[in-house]
Design a protein around this ligand. Structure first.
Ligand SMILES: C[S@@+](CC[C@H](N)C(=O)[O-])C[C@H]1O[C@@H](n2cnc3c(N)ncnc32)[C@H](O)[C@@H]1O
Length: 283
């Protein structure tokens, strides 16, 4: 349950960020980026999606499956996983999950932005955590996964692991009409912004659990780091803090740190009478 505020920065050439590193661009470049994302914000539509390749390669699939099985095993045997389970079962967090579930017995999981599970270890560990949660907790329902960079091989392996891969790029704009766990490890700020924006009312925010970059870390980077210019998308993240309960995921001593650093569980309890604050995107 983790992620880094600095990963909000976009790479203008590819639109992709190397998941192994966090990068802070100089101010001028960030401003260019902001103009670009503002324009994108208006143009973005949810688009049908299929992997860009159509390759069916059984050998690649079997190698990837072996890598994921190794990753599941590594994670399950780690100190991090022990801490993770203890933390979720601690009454502070467990009560928040129960509050979101209300009278429902199942909470489906939506995994956005997991990255390339074939190329990098961090995305494999993140996916493994989602799968282990489903295996461990009966209240975790179906897992839906989407990342526009998934290959045909990755998609087929995810499906054989019991996950559904979305055929629509929702741009993070899934309405939480029922209790839903959004598992969004180390995503860019725009995805958190989109998710919050489309759910920006008291009733839907209460249905939402978010595992992702620490909102407190976004605030820290905005307040403390002099040369940091916040992405316009962080405005909504900062505005949400007044009604967010955040629990930082404990990463522990092992080498899983990179996959889960600066990640938190977030629960939202806006006040019924006050409602939610208005966030102006362009001021
Ligand atoms: C900073 S990377 C993080 C990857 C991985 N979770 C990690 O920690 O290494 C952000 C990911 O979000 C994905 N992404 C971009 N747009 C997306 C969208 N509309 N829906 C879901 N994922 C998206 C990117 O392709 C990329 O893999």
């Amino acid at each position: 349950m983790v992620a880094s505020a600095e990963t909000t920065i976009c790479d203008e050439s590819s639109g992709y960020i190397d998941p192994e590193w966090t990068v802070v661009l100089p101010r001028r470049k960030q401003r260019i980026c902001q103009t670009k994302v503002s324009r994108l914000e208006q143009e973005v539509k949810q688009q049908p999606w299929t992997p860009s390749d159509h390759e069916i390669n059984k050998e690649r699939e079997s190698k990837l499956m072996q890598k994921i099985e190794a990753s599941l095993k590594k994670l399950e045997g780690s100190k991090f996983y022990d801490l993770f389970l203890n933390q979720i079962q601690d009454p502070d967090i467990f009560n928040c999950f129960s509050r979101v579930l209300g009278s429902e017995s199942i909470m489906d999981m939506v995994v956005y932005g997991v990255g390339s599970i074939e190329t990098y270890e961090a995305p494999r560990l993140q996916l493994s955590l989602a799968i282990l949660m489903k295996r461990k907790f009966e209240w975790v329902g179906n897992i839906e996964v989407f990342d526009p960079i998934l290959s045909s091989t990755e998609t087929r392996v995810l499906e054989s692991l019991g996950c559904s891969v979305l055929s629509l790029n929702e741009e993070g704009r899934r309405q939480a009409l029922k209790p839903t766990l959004f598992f969004m490890p180390h995503c860019e700020a725009v995805l958190y912004h989109n998710l919050l924006e489309v759910n920006w009312n008291v009733d839907m925010l209460k249905n939402l659990v978010l595992f992702g970059n620490s909102f407190e870390a976004y605030k820290h980077h905005t307040d403390v780091i002099n040369d940091y210019v916040a992405s316009p998308y962080t405005k909504r993240i900062l505005a949400a803090q007044s009604f967010t309960q955040e629990f930082r995921v404990k990463t522990g001593p092992d080498d899983l740190y990179r996959a889960f650093h600066e990640s938190s569980w977030h629960f939202f309890s806006p006040n019924h009478e006050q409602g939610v604050p208005i966030v102006q995107f362009n001021d």
